[in-house]
Design a protein around this ligand. Structure first.
Ligand code: ATP
Ligand code: MG
Length: 436
């Protein structure tokens, strides 16, 4: 059973019990746009108490806000009672909710394209907010007075940029003006909620426009303010004919594949984040330099992504990619062992992508990229890092006491193995004897 079928079955139970029930919000929007809805939310005249009676054992989390989560054929379905939100003292959530009519419920929603209902059986669209016209014209418009709506709930500021980005909708003029005028309110929103919206923006195929909208509206100041310094940060034109660091970064974001991973998108946005603080002018060679921007950039990446409460694995991978992005310029000079180790890290495929768009957006070089592809093929027959011929146990057997020196010896023997100079355990042991 699909999630749509599960939601339809639940709607039928509610309708049979005498409650008006519709599909609501995102799923109606997505279907009208020809997209596949992620989940089907129901809006109903049934109170949470009624819903719980009809679906015993449902999750009551949020029932005081009028939302019950039910489980049906393995699908979680949100059933929300038609409601009006009371005042928003904190700019984040209503102080109270009152159960009310479909029309009022549509008006408490954020954007007209999100304010539609659909009759689950007939497919009829119930439109109290002129959302159908905006879906047809592909425009994002706040319901009601935009500035009031953003002042009520500042997360809507970022949701506006998210929908404009993922759907590639222009933002209606008065909504855009209100976004610019109220962008500072985003400071009220927790890093976790900012992160979740930002992740949707940066992983969208339209991510370049998303970043440009965040910059244009001033919201970037409350998401990743460090990005602002990239604007107007000049680079040597012979390496970067495309322009400043911001332009370079935007072009790269656009060049990434549509389905690029979150880590890769973040690493792309942040790969040159330390160029502004490391920029110097070298009189001797008469050019701008950014010494150490990769190392400092990795530190800044960690700091920025930790601040946004990203999971440690995401932070680690993104920072690792940033820290290594300059090493791609040297791969053709690396000895075999060094190269194999360089290529053996789990993020390597993503780093290849980062390198590809880094060059494609600037100097257009492809030689390192092609070289690494050829090497990957050449090395494909066996693991990049094959099992070691000897271990610490062998060193102990040779009378050595375990300590930091062990790693040095084992690494040296591994280097010989990676270079192809040691091809058996006997050779490895012989090499060890010689070392000692
Ligand atoms: P997605 O495809 O990301 O799930 P969605 O539109 O379904 O998008 P949800 O966050 O799941 O977004 O919310 C469901 C619906 O609830 C929205 O379509 C909108 O009508 C309403 N809504 C959600 N968040 C807000 C908000 N902060 N202010 C007003 N209405 C909101
Ligand atoms: Mg949804």
């Amino acid at each position: 059973m699909s999630n749509r079928e599960a939601a339809t079955a639940q709607a039928e139970i509610l309708t049979k019990a005498g409650h008006i029930t519709y599909f609501a919000g995102g799923c109606v929007r997505d279907k009208l746009l020809g997209l596949k809805p992620k989940d089907f939310d129901l809006a109903t005249s049934a109170t949470p108490k009624d819903v719980l009676k009809l679906f015993p054992g449902s999750n009551q989390v949020g029932a005081h806000f009028g939302v019950v989560i039910t489980k049906y054929a393995g699908h979680h379905i949100e059933i929300a009672t038609f409601r009006t939100d009371g005042s928003y003292a904190d700019g984040r959530r209503p102080d109270s909710v009152t159960f009310s009519t479909p029309e009022e419920d549509a008006h408490r929603r954020d954007f007209t394209i999100n304010g539609l209902f659909e009759h689950p059986e007939t497919g009829e669209i119930i439109d109290h907010v002129n959302g159908l016209a905006d879906i047809r014209d592909r425009v994002l418009r706040a319901i009601g007075t935009p500035s009031h709506r953003f002042q009520e709930d500042a997360l809507r500021l970022l949701r506006a940029v998210r929908f404009a980005t993922t759907l590639d909708f222009p933002i209606e003029t008065s909504t855009l003006t209100a976004l610019r005028e109220n962008s500072h309110l985003l400071h009220k929103i927790s890093p976790e909620r900012i992160r979740d919206e930002f992740s949707k923006i940066i992983t969208s195929r339209n991510r370049r426009r998303g970043i440009e909208l965040l910059v244009d509206t001033g919201l970037i100041q409350h998401v990743i303010p460090e990005v602002i310094a990239l604007i107007g940060c000049e680079q040597p034109p012979e390496w970067h004919p495309e322009g400043d660091v911001y332009t370079h970064t935007c072009i790269m974001l656009e060049m990434l594949e549509d389905d690029a991973s979150l880590e890769l998108c973040l690493a792309t946005l942040l790969h040159d984040i330390a160029k502004p603080p490391t920029q110097t002018f070298d009189e001797e060679s008469n050019r701008i330099r950014f010494n150490g921007h990769d190392t400092l950039g990795a530190e800044m990446t960690e700091e920025i992504l930790s601040r946004l409460k990203y999971p440690n694995a995401v932070i680690r991978d993104a920072a690792h990619m940033v820290s290594r992005h300059m090493q791609f310029m040297n791969v053709q000079q690396m000895r075999k062992a060094r190269l194999k180790r360089f290529m053996s890290v789990p993020t390597f495929e993503q780093e290849m992508e980062l390198h590809r768009v880094d060059c494609a957006s600037s100097n257009g070089f492809t030689d390192n990229y092609v070289f690494l592809h050829e090497k990957a093929e050449e090395f494909a027959a066996e693991p990049l890092i094959p099992p070691a011929w000897i271990s610490g146990k062998d060193l102990i057997q040779c009378g050595l006491t375990p300590g930091p020196g062990f790693k040095e010896i084992l690494d040296e023997i591994q280097t010989e193995q990676l270079e192809g100079r040691i091809t058996s355990r006997e050779e490895a042991l012989a090499y060890l004897k010689k070392l000692l």
